[in-house]
Design a binder for this molecule. Structure first.
Ligand SMILES: [Zn+2]
Length: 165
C-alpha cells in the first residue's frame, strides 16, 4: 500500500471524533513501516489492551476505523475464518472485533462486529496463501486477487460502520 503519514492517519477516522483521533496512539517510525507488505495498516494501542485501529486507502484517500477486540472466549471450534482475509486460523488467532458506528449512532453506543485475525495480520496471510498448481500456475496473480478481495471486505465492513449500504 502507499505510505501514510501520521497526519493522514489521524484525519482518516470515520468512527471516532477529532479529539479522540488527535489523542490516539499512532506507532512511531511510520516512514520505516513495511508498506509494500501491507494492504491495510493495523495496530494495537500498547497502553490500552483491546484497542485497535486500522487505516487503508479507499481509492485516493485514507479511511480509518477504531475497533475494540473482545476478550477471548473459550471455544470448542478449532479453526476460525477471518472475515477479511478468509484465511482459516487456529481459533485463538481470530477474535471478535467491535467498531462503533459512525456519527451519533456510535456515540450512543451502537456497534457492528466481525471476526478478524487477532493482531490484524491479514496482509501477511494473503501473501502466504498462493501455491503454484496446474490450475493456478501464477501465484502472483492469485495473490493479487486475494489482496483485492481482502480490501473489498474491509471496504464493506467500513461501509457497514458508515451505514452507507
Ligand atoms: Zn485476516
Amino acid at each position: 500500500m502507499q505510505e501514510l503519514t501520521e497526519g493522514q492517519i489521524r484525519s482518516s477516522f470515520v468512527n471516532c471524533g477529532t479529539a479522540d483521533a488527535t489523542r490516539m496512539f499512532v506507532p512511531s517510525g511510520l516512514a520505516f513501516a513495511p508498506w509494500a507488505e501491507l494492504d491495510y495498516f493495523g495496530w494495537g494501542d500498547p497502553n490500552t489492551p483491546g484497542r485497535y485501529s486500522l487505516v487503508y486507502w479507499r481509492e485516493d484517500s485514507p479511511a480509518g476505523i477504531v475497533l475494540r477486540r473482545a476478550d477471548r472466549v473459550a471455544s470448542r471450534i478449532q479453526v476460525h475464518l477471518c472475515s477479511f482475509c478468509h484465511t482459516p486460523q487456529p481459533a485463538n488467532d481470530v477474535a471478535l472485533f467491535v467498531a462503533p458506528l459512525a456519527g451519533e449512532a456510535g456515540q450512543n453506543g451502537s456497534t457492528v462486529g466481525t471476526y478478524i485475525c487477532s493482531e490484524l495480520t491479514c496482509s501477511a496471510h494473503v501473501r502466504l496463501q498462493p501455491h503454484a498448481a496446474p490450475i493456478q500456475p501464477y501465484p502472483s496473480t492469485v495473490m493479487r486477487a486475494y489482496r483485492a478481495r481482502l480490501l473489498e471486505r474491509v471496504d464493506r465492513f467500513v461501509a457497514d460502520i458508515e451505514r452507507v449500504r
